[in-house]
Design a protein around this ligand. Structure first.
Ligand SMILES: Cc1cc2nc3c(=O)[nH]c(=O)nc-3n(C[C@H](O)[C@H](O)[C@H](O)COP(=O)(O)OP(=O)(O)OC[C@H]3O[C@@H](n4cnc5c(N)ncnc54)[C@H](O)[C@@H]3O)c2cc1C
Length: 480
């Protein structure tokens, strides 16, 4: 990595030959007094949940007591995060014969595709494999639009169902509502277990191989991998955006403002908004038509919010949701074709463009994009341009031209960028792979996340069969 100052490590505590690292996500506790044992007891069901710990003298931390954590799962491959990358990883590993455990914190599969209400898959056109399979399935299940997008504009609700069906059919074990909060390494720096928190309490899951598809690189960070965030020494990240589904519009009447009808549609929508005193925080408001009279809208930017600051994300979420409703109310006042516009749903999860970029055995850089990298272990060919949204509301342009580099060529995403450099047995796929700020702004889109997941899942399964760690795998992904 280029900048040592951006490297961070989670606290690691050695216990009984294993290195355990854990985010401080202990259950809710009631503090009875300094240095006093802390207990939490639930009543009513007969179950008793009890956590003990010691409050530090300065009152700023609680030291949890050692406690046994039940091992509840054992699989060949464990995947953390069920977004586009995680789904593809799970399918590929399962279809290659591995037993697969998929762990997801949300209440459905799909990540940004579903929980984030994305509705558009970019850079999918040149992909085959699981990406094409899913597009066909989305289309076949009614996720079709007036302007034919070959399934790349899809209905998130259709996606939820399709993803569950394909994973169940492939034999993937799914655990929803469960967050990875820790990692266990053996003495050889090999990841051997993941710790989770859920309504079932704190649990441990063993596996031969792990794939971090959490988008934010949570599992890799818990395992002690080095990573980068944003542009460099401080977290100057791409903005977050909340998306929404809308109804109450006639597709024929609002056609000029629908993104799929042409690149000027966004400008036209902004002009309409500004003319009526609506000033969206994202200056390239994007209206998509999904099918019937269901639409999606992206018109929000939340600047400078760290993906690792729950208070900041909470504040951004509340602001963004309020802004969407205010904008829709403003459009209702425009009248005409807009008078019945209504919010169907805002995303439960605000869209996070940037989390950790975990250090891998290859780091994709801006110069790889400029030269159109060709790599013998190519996972896929990325063609999506460098796309850095405004980093603050000064100017507030759609794309931050400051970061545009001339002559970006289609480039290969190399398999070693998916293999963790600091820990064995761990792969990454999706937006948390190894790359610099500029490269990430291109490869992060979901038409690339899916083939990355497919390659990581296959590599995990093959590396078990070949009895080698993923970085020693004698395997080359067929580049679509
Ligand atoms: C606002 C916005 C607009 C975008 N527009 C487009 C677009 O139009 N088209 C496009 O293709 N791409 C777009 N992108 C980029 C793209 O969506 C992301 O880069 C994409 O999400 C990458 O997929 P992923 O699977 O790596 O991550 P995600 O979709 O973020 O999936 C990660 C999954 O991991 C889960 N998870 C996270 N942490 C944990 C944990 N600790 N334990 C268990 N589960 C966990 C999450 O709940 C989630 O389901 C956009 C992104 C944003 C934010």
């Amino acid at each position: 990595m280029n900048n040592d100052s951006t490297r961070r490590r989670f606290l690691q505590v050695t216990t009984g030959g294993l290195v355990v690292s854990s985010a401080l996500t202990s259950p809710d506790t009631r503090v009875a007094g300094a240095t006093e044992k802390v207990k939490r007891v639930t009543s009513g069901t007969g179950d008793v949940l009890r956590t003990t710990g010691v409050l530090s003298d300065d009152g700023k931390a609680i030291f949890e007591s050692e406690r046994p954590i039940p091992v509840v799962g054992k699989s060949d491959v464990l995947i953390c995060g069920a977004g586009p990358a995680g789904i593809a990883a799970a399918l590929a590993a399962a279809r290659a014969g591995a037993s697969v455990q998929l762990i997801e914190v949300a209440g459905c599969l799909g990540g940004i595709w579903t929980v984030g209400l994305l509705t558009k898959i970019l850079d999918a056109g040149n992909k085959r494999g699981i990406m094409m399979e899913l597009l066909k399935k989305f289309t076949a299940r009614g996720s079709q639009v007036a302007v034919d997008s070959n399934g790349t504009v899809y209905d998130p609700e259709v996606a939820k169902l399709v993803l569950e069906e394909v994973c169940i059919e492939a034999g993937v074990k799914i655990r929803l509502h469960t967050r990875a909060v820790g990692a266990v390494l053996n003495d050889d720096q090999r990841l051997v277990a993941v710790l989770t928190e859920s309504k079932s309490g704190r649990e441990a899951w063993l596996a031969e191989r792990f794939i971090d598809c959490s988008g934010d690189g949570d599992l890799a960070a818990h395992a002690g991998c080095q990573f980068e965030v944003g542009t460099g020494s401080e977290c100057v990240c791409q903005p977050m955006s909340m998306l929404a589904l809308l109804t109450g519009l006639d597709p024929d009447q609002v056609r000029p403002w629908i993104r799929e009808t042409g690149s000027t549609a966004k400008k036209r929508l902004l002009e309409l908004m500004e003319k009526h005193g609506i000033n969206p925080s994202y200056r390239a408001p994007t209206l998509r038509h999904l099918h019937s009279n269901i639409f999606s809208l992206m018109t929000n930017h939340e600047y400078g919010v760290s993906a690792f600051d729950a208070d900041a994300i909470t504040a951004a979420t509340l602001r963004a949701r309020r802004e969407i409703h205010e904008i829709v109310q403003g459009l209702q006042r425009v009248g005409g074709p807009w008078k019945n516009i209504t919010v169907v749903a805002t995303a439960e999860q605000i869209g996070i463009r940037e989390g950790r970029r975990v250090r891998g055995r290859y780091t994709l850089t801006a110069s790889d994009l400029a030269s159109g990298l060709s790599h013998k272990q190519a996972v896929c060919k990325a063609t999506f341009p460098i796309d850095v949204h405004a980093l603050n509301n000064t100017g507030n342009k759609e794309i931050n031209r400051e970061f545009k580099t001339d002559g970006m060529q289609p480039y290969d995403i190399p398999y070693p960028a998916l293999v963790a450099a600091d820990v064995d047995g761990l792969l990454m796929a999706g937006r948390c792979i190894s790359g610099d700020f500029i490269a990430h702004s291109s490869y992060r889109v979901t038409g690339n996340a899916v083939p990355m997941g497919e390659a990581a899942g296959l590599a995990a399964a093959l590396s078990i069969k070949q009895r080698v760690m993923p970085h020693k795998l004698t395997w080359m992904a067929p580049a679509p």
